[in-house]
Write a protein that binds this ligand. Structure first.
Ligand code: NAD
Ligand code: ZN
Length: 250
């Protein structure tokens, strides 16, 4: 299977990779939809509820600081490192990611090659004036109020939110445009560790396929887009990408 993958990679001139939560589970970050995923215990908080209710904001920050006990310690795994090597050698030009964990950046991939569709959870920003805050900064303000007051912006008193895109929140314009350009310019799209159920993100592999590129899916379970894929690899991501690097050197 990985030989077939290597053949596609060798033949392609312009590869774009599309990643989801599955690439980070081997770093200890739970995904959403697996049996051990976050949604088994927590229903997501909608953006409108976050904006309209201080109780929801307090709940969101409590969850964020709880989950960060795991996420903040996470390091890139062999899947991220293999992708970083594919970017370094020029085989992969762009990584479009739905992930918010900063692990592609931490694996050494240049910021300019990464398109974050759902933001980044390693910092916070004001919804009104976009002033950026470190999570430590927000956490001390929150702790000082004994978890009773949701943090607000020191510049404009606006609502401060982790810099991720929540359900119901509009997608970030710049990354959406860049992802469209990338999807339309590749001749091979490899979707890795995504159930491909979340839109508009999952629209990008569809767009590239419709535009004539090949589509490979690496995911341990079937996905929503299996029917249009040229190659499906239902295996573990880290092992698969590590084997790919070896096959490319053969
Ligand atoms: P998802 O949870 O819907 O799907 C993840 C898929 O990865 C599943 O189908 C699962 O079978 C597969 N998978 C998990 N570990 C794997 C492994 N080691 N090898 C092979 N396959 C594996 O994730 P999604 O499609 O990215 O959508 C979830 C949304 O949640 C995204 O929008 C993302 O922003 C967000 N999210 C991000 C993180 C993160 O940043 N790490 C974590 C959870 C959720
Ligand atoms: Zn502000």
């Amino acid at each position: 299977m990985t030989i077939a993958l290597a053949d596609y990679v060798k033949a392609a001139e312009h590869i774009v990779v599309f990643t989801g939560a599955g690439i980070s589970t081997e770093s200890g970050i739970p995904d959403f939809r697996s049996p051990t995923g976050l949604w088994q215990t927590h229903k997501p908080i909608q953006f409108q509820d976050f904006v309209n209710s201080e109780d929801c904001r307090i709940e969101a920050w409590n969850r964020k600081f709880e989950i960060d006990k795991t996420i903040a310690k996470a390091r890139p795994n062999k899947g991220h490192l293999a992708l970083a090597e594919l970017v370094k050698t020029g085989r992969v030009r762009t990584i479009i990611t739905q992930n918010i964990d900063n692990l592609h950046q931490d694996s050494g991939v240049d910021e300019g090659c990464i398109i974050e569709l759902h933001g980044n959870g390693t910092y916070a920003s004001c919804l009104d004036c976009q002033t950026r805050y470190t999570l430590d900064d927000i956490k001390s303000a929150f702790t000082e109020s004994n978890g009773m007051v949701a943090p607000t912006c020191r510049q404009c008193d606006g609502i401060v939110k982790s810099a991720t895109i929540s359900f119901g929140q509009s997608m970030p314009e710049g990354p959406m445009q860049l992802a469209e350009i990338a999807a339309l310019s590749c001749d091979l799209m490899i979707a890795i560790g995504s159930s491909l159920q979340v839109y508009p993100a999952a629209g990008f592999p569809i767009l590239s396929k419709r535009n004539g590129s090949s589509l490979i899916i690496i995911n341990r379970e079937p996905t929503e887009l299996d029917a249009i894929a040229d190659l499906i690899i239902n295996q573990e991501i880290g092992d698969t990408l590590e084997a790919l690097i070896k096959d490319l050197h053969m």
